[in-house]
Design a protein around this ligand. Structure first.
Ligand code: TPP
Length: 406
């Protein structure tokens, strides 16, 4: 029985002529509906068929990912990283997304998804460059097929759809996978992207990382939908509800969605149910809006522990494997620490490039003023920079050159 045939759907029968038959739904919504419960593999009979190579690969990436998150968070405390939205507890989403893609595909991440970029092979320092406060994205998106990390919520979704649509028009065999948070699903860009993708059967996969919160806003205040995966049905694409801490389950669902998209089957919306173990960023105090006991219940559903259980059951968690995995993770953290502790070489004049293709007269004036200040400082004439201006020029709102420098 499909949803259209359910009892009660005939309650509107009337003797009067109805709308012409052309109104009829063109799609049976039944097959688009997500499972009632998040899809899982670990701890089920189906886990036995999982390839040991995939399981160990996922595990090694999860362990590296957790260490990467811990190191990046530590760098914020040491003043080496301006801000870090940690994906601790969400590593399975990050890793499964990266591993579901082929080299030729594109990843469209948000600010929380630097680990997905690293798991896809990006240099961890390059992945953190923007969050360090630099003016550029830190890597060449074309080279890595990773779009810039998006801070404006959900804007990466129409970008992903546009790229995937263009690729299909050109005959390129490319799929775009875009990652968005639960809060991002309330944005207009989410609606526009999903609607366009479904109408045009664009080869794109939308991964919603439902980590329970949009900063302090819990999911219950974000949406009244039965689940975020249900939103897919309204657009005419399949919705999949998955345990986002079950790395093999999410990897399987995303791989299948990518395959479907590549084969011309159109987009899929995947909701991964997970939890943000850390605060929103280092600038947030999560104790103000959630309890420690809630966090504890999610620690008991930890993605690494879940996978460890399966590996142990199958004698795949050998001492040698655990040791080399941990050593690899420590090596990644040490490299990140060393390289992020080196001062970046900044040219203050970069402030004026990449703003307008053609400079405005005000910016040209300000650039000339800064150039003169820098030259005076380099020549050892601090009196020229004391008021942020050369003699005879207006002071820069009473601030010293030191203060106005990035
Ligand atoms: C268009 C827009 N509106 C508001 C913000 C401010 N903001 C930054 S993060 C955030 C919460 C996002 O939550 P969610 O989408 O669930 O992602 P998460 O941070 O949990 O990964 C908000 C509202 C923004 N960055 N962009």
């Amino acid at each position: 029985m499909t949803v259209l045939e359910q009892p009660g759907s005939s309650r509107n029968t009337s003797d009067l002529p109805g709308p012409p038959p052309a109104w009829r739904p063109r799609v049976d919504p039944g097959p688009l509906l997500p499972d009632a419960e998040p899809y899982r593999l670990l701890g089920t009979d189906a886990a036995g068929r999982l390839d040991p190579g995939l399981l160990t690969r996922l595990y090694a990436q999860l362990v590296r990912g957790r260490r990467y998150n811990a190191q990046a968070t530590a760098l914020t405390r040491q003043g080496r990283l301006a801000v870090y939205p940690s994906s601790t507890g969400q590593e399975a989403c990050q890793v499964a997304a990266a591993l579901a893609l082929e080299d030729r595909d594109w990843l469209f991440p948000s600010y929380r998804d630097t680990l997905a970029a690293v798991a896809r092979g990006l240099d961890p320092v390059q992945a953190l460059t923007l969050l360090r406060g630099d003016w550029h994205t830190g890597y060449d998106p074309q080279e890595h097929r990773i779009a810039p990390l998006c801070t404006p919520l959900a804007t990466q979704l129409p970008h992903a759809v546009g790229l995937a649509h263009a690729a299909r028009l050109k005959g390129d065999d490319v799929v775009a996978l875009a990652v968005v948070g639960d809060g991002g699903t309330s944005e207009g860009d989410f609606h526009e992207a999903l609607n366009f993708a479904a109408v045009w059967q664009t080869p794109v996969v939308f991964l919603v990382q439902n980590n329970g919160f949009a900063i302090s806003v819990p999911l219950a205040k974000q949406t009244a939908a039965p689940s975020l995966a249900h939103k897919a049905v309204g657009y005419g694409m399949p919705g999949r509800l998955v345990d986002g801490n079950d790395a093999p389950a999410l990897h399987e669902v995303l791989t299948e969605a990518v395959r479907r998209a590549r084969g011309g089957g159109g987009p899929t919306l995947v909701e991964a149910v997970t939890y943000r173990i850390e605060a929103h960023t280092n600038a947030d105090d999560a104790t103000r809006y959630r309890t420690d006991s809630e966090v504890e219940t999610w620690r008991e559903h930890d993605p690494i522990a879940l996978l460890e259980h399966e590996l142990r059951d199958r004698d795949l968690l050998t001492e040698e494997f655990v040791r080399t995995t941990q050593e690899g993770a420590e090596e990644l953290a040490a490299g990140l620490r060393d390289r992020m502790n080196a001062d970046p070489e900044l040219d203050p004049m970069d402030l004026f490039t990449h703003v307008f293709a053609e400079q405005t007269s005000q910016l040209r004036e300000q650039a000339a003023q800064l150039r003169a200040e820098l030259a005076a400082e380099a020549a050892g004439h601090p009196e020229h920079t004391e008021h942020g201006a050369l003699a005879g020029e207006p002071a820069a709102a009473g601030r010293s050159a030191q203060e106005t420098r990035p």
